[in-house]
Ligand binder design. Structure first.
Ligand code: NAP
Length: 433
């Protein structure tokens, strides 16, 4: 007998999954030993959709409740997105004792733990492989592949749009706005790109991964988040002089005091494997106590890579429905382990890259050095590339390892100096790899 599926949301992800279910139906059936049948599909404009479906045509509806309440449907795919309607779709499906497959990182990061509880109470599954890093099966890695290890550090490049923009600025030395416009033209960035370039999308994904890796209940509010809007081509010039590059780095690190969590543009050594991640690709590097380093790389978005994650989740859940499954443990919070509580970022101590844009005059470096010294920040190097415009001269100070709080305090003190063209800009120089 087949297992039946209802797909709600027929945009990039929904259509990508349907295409794979149709084109790859024979292989899916052979791997499972039974077919997956799409019984119903739903979207606002469902009747206008040109679908890549073979076999029996599915029922089309604009009302998601028709799908969720259909007693013949075993699994619901939620591919609507957002936190409003999607939340109702998932909750009602679980209460109807239907397992759910979702790609919705925003909702899983915010409400995943609650929804998981509802799933468990109703004896069904909530599968979310597609919600983080599209085509990289990182959820399965953390829940199964390296579940026997004890993760101490996790680094990720989790937003393809930001990575595309950064690596384009690095390659072409074009400014942020023109590269963003190019990314929008190519379909890599939304008309409103803020969720991507301000780090919010990456923050949702890191919240899901860190919860999985460290067994803590975490939400995006636990993560220090800063986007890439201030990055200029000159930052890459200086980063390269320092044998580094710049990426929007997602970090979750266990320390003796607790868990450090951040999403922010950071300098990473050019020799690091993460520095090789270019364009719209994603990657995750995990360090465990026993297995040490493992690295995962692939497309972070797009209908087909994300569709593979959705279809693979469908197959896993369909197998459970057919053959039963052991008691499930929440991917969101294990027994609370205390040492994993999130820490405020200012406790972090790292070398920093400080970039200033100034109107040139005498005594600037001396004044900056005095303020940095007052906050017990040691200077490692001062870098200044030749520039012609004395009214807007960029230069960089790199520091010895310093506390994040000291850096913030020093920059507040420097911020009002009359020679500054804009507020100073700081990035940590990551040394963990
Ligand atoms: N795009 C990616 O590569 C990617 C990767 C990983 C995860 N995700 C996540 O996957 C989810 C979907 O993303 P997407 O890019 O596929 O979005 P999308 O292209 O905007 O598609 C959303 C779909 O939802 C439908 N929809 C919206 N409101 C609805 C309602 N009230 N009832 C029924 N259908 C409704 C829309 O219908 P109409 O088409 O009829 O208007 C559309 O088909 C999001 O959570 C996103 O974060 C996306």
């Amino acid at each position: 007998m087949d297992v039946t599926v209802g797909v709600i949301g027929l945009g990039n992800v929904g259509l990508g999954a349907l295409q794979i279910l149709s084109e790859n139906a024979k292989s899916i059936r052979e791997k499972l030993g039974f077919p997956l049948r799409v019984k119903s599909i739903c979207s606002r404009n469902v009747h206008a959709k040109n679908l890549p479906l073979g076999g029996e045509p599915p029922v089309r509806t604009t009302n998601w409740k028709d799908v969720v309440c259909d007693p013949e449907i075993d699994i619901i795919v939620e591919a609507v997105g957002g936190t409003a309607t999607a939340s109702h779709i998932i909750e009602e499906s679980l209460r109807e004792r239907k397992s759910v497959v979702t790609a919705n990182k925003e909702l899983m990061a915010l409400r995943g733990a609650d929804l998981w509880t509802i799933a468990n109470q109703n004896g069904v599954n909530l599968a979310m492989e597609a919600s983080v890093a599209g085509g990289i099966p990182i959820h399965t890695v953390l829940r199964e592949g390296i579940a026997g290890d004890r993760v101490v550090e996790l680094y990720g490049i989790l937003n393809g749009t930001s990575n595309f923009i950064l690596t384009e600025i690095e390659k072409s030395a074009a400014n942020f706005q023109s590269v963003l416009a190019e990314a929008q033209q190519l379909g890599y960035a939304e008309a409103d790109p803020s969720a991507d370039i301000d780090g919010l999308d990456a923050g949702s994904k890191l919240a899901i991964l860190a919860a999985l890796a460290f067994g803590e209940k975490l939400t995006p509010a636990d993560i220090y988040t800063e986007g890439i809007r201030r990055i200029m081509p000159v930052d890459f010039e200086y980063a390269h002089q320092l044998k580094h590059t710049i990426r929007l780095l997602c970090l979750a690190r266990q320390t003796e005091q607790g868990l450090l969590l951040s999403v922010r543009p950071s300098l990473i050594p050019q020799a690091a494997i993460l520095a090789q991640v270019k364009g719209a690709y994603n990657a995750i590097w995990i360090r465990g106590v026993y297995g040490e380093d493992t690295f995962y790389y692939g497309r972070g978005a797009g209908p087909k890579p994300t569709g593979v994650a959705v279809v693979s989740d469908l197959m896993r859940v369909a197998r459970e429905i057919r053959f039963g499954s052991p008691e499930r443990v929440s991917p969101f919070a294990h027994e609370r382990l205390g040492e994993y509580k999130p820490l405020p970022l200012p406790t972090q101590k790292l070398p920093y890259y400080l970039r200033f844009r100034v109107e040139d005059k005498a005594g600037i470096i001396a004044m900056l050095a005095t303020i940095l010294a007052k906050h017990r920040i040691g200077i490692d190097a001062v870098l200044q590339l030749p520039r012609e415009d004395w009214r807007d001269l960029p230069f960089v100070i790199t520091t010895e390892p310093a506390g994040e709080q000291a850096i913030r305090d020093a920059l507040v003190e420097i911020r009002d100096a009359d020679f500054l063209v804009e507020a100073p800009f700081a990035m940590p120089m990551e040394r963990g790899f």
